[in-house]
Design a protein around this ligand. Structure first.
Ligand code: MLT
Length: 357
């Protein structure tokens, strides 16, 4: 055998390049960027910052610059990120697609580079394209906080949902681990197809032992292979799902993303609306969550939204504490001595499925 033939026959394994994301250890692109230790650190800091005297808290990031870059409408996420940054003493600048050069066609990359040139030390981004936060991070190398990218992820929403769930079902728990939510079923019902909230929760909650049940019609929850998603399953019958749930998370139908999909809303309500009657009969102890905006009379009745089982407004309040903690982490403040703020896992939009603590 000639030496050349031997070389040719050698099995060739192409080098596997590790994902460089997140480039910046302060970024939060996906819930999977947080190891269990970092998740605990964020929860612990959220509690500490919430309890801290506002007059000392606002020294933590005094005069640091944080930009909010919003390409989609938002009430809760934008306001709570802004108030959270301000509560830590940071200067904030809001850029939205309706009142900036984005309207004139400036790219996400150029907008990000200009914000960096203006001294932004972190950017909070909401973008209508899945992967937008990854692109901005790659272009600017700044810490990027993903405030929702298209139909992909919304990591701070899942963190605030988790904090709300813990407050109700595991009060007093100081540290979370793989068994913390064992025995808890979280049913997410509605427009799963378009929901970044559903995806981030599907990635986060099973890492702590919860079962996540997805519920919805075939149009809004197509048949999908869940083999890479431990702890996640589908139940089409809303009443059956509700009966086994400790948490009932309802989702809005995202009309802006339906792209021609025709839905019979009366039929949808008949099968999937969370009514007071259904709640009382099937899940009288369950905690009701919704990321907002709620559409009263569609996915949820006004009575349930305002009722005693609803923790919807508590979620909003938890969001402020969580966002203070992730902004502090982004700018490298509040890191315990000897620890780095860096993520344990690196992710791309394609590498989310099935990652565990
Ligand atoms: C989101 O930004 O994804 C929201 O919180 C949920 C929604 O828009 O319905």
């Amino acid at each position: 055998m000639s030496p050349t033939a031997a070389i040719r026959r050698k099995p060739h394994t192409p080098p596997v390049s590790a994902s460089p994301f997140p480039y910046n250890p302060g970024s939060l692109l996906s819930v999977n960027d947080l190891s269990l230790d970092e998740l605990n650190h964020v929860l612990e800091r959220a509690t500490a910052l919430e309890a801290q005297d506002p007059l000392t808290r606002d020294h933590i990031l005094a005069k640091r610059r944080v930009a909010l870059l919003f390409y989609e409408a938002s009430t809760r996420t934008r306001t709570s990120f802004e108030l959270a940054a301000k509560a830590l003493g940071a200067d904030t600048a809001l850029v939205s697609n309706l009142s900036s050069s984005i309207e004139k066609g400036e790219s996400l990359k150029d907008t990000g580079l200009n914000l960096r040139a203006l001294g932004a030390e972190a950017i909070i981004l909401r973008h209508s394209s899945s992967g937008g936060a990854w692109l901005l991070e790659e272009s600017t190398r700044l810490p990027i906080l993903n405030a929702g990218d298209g139909m992909h992820e919304h990591p701070t929403q899942a963190l605030l949902d988790l904090r709300t769930i813990l407050a109700h079902l595991r009060p007093g728990v100081k540290e979370v681990g793989p068994e913390t939510l064992a025995g808890v079923t979280v049913t997410i019902t509605g427009d799963i197809l378009h929901s970044r909230v559903a995806r981030s929760n599907m990635l986060l909650l099973p890492r702590l032992g919860a079962q996540v049940v997805l519920c919805g019609s075939k149009e809004l929850l197509p048949e999908i292979d869940l083999s890479g998603w431990p702890g996640v399953s589908i139940e089409r019958n809303f009443e059956a799902a509700l009966e086994r749930s400790q948490i009932a998370m309802m989702l809005r139908i995202q009309a802006e993303r339906l792209a021609g999909l025709q839905l019979d809303l009366e039929e949808y309500k008949a099968h999937y609306q969370l009514t007071g009657e259904r709640l009382a009969r099937l899940a009288p102890e369950a905690v009701v969550l919704h990321p907002g905006p709620i559409i009263r009379g569609l996915e949820i009745t006004g009575g349930v939204a305002d009722g005693p089982q609803s923790a919807i407004l508590e979620q909003v309040t938890h969001g402020l504490a969580i966002r203070m903690a992730v902004i502090e982490r982004a700018l490298g403040a509040g890191t315990p001595a000897g620890k780095t703020a860096g993520p344990a896992k690196k992710t791309t939009p394609q590498q989310k499925k099935g990652a565990r603590a």
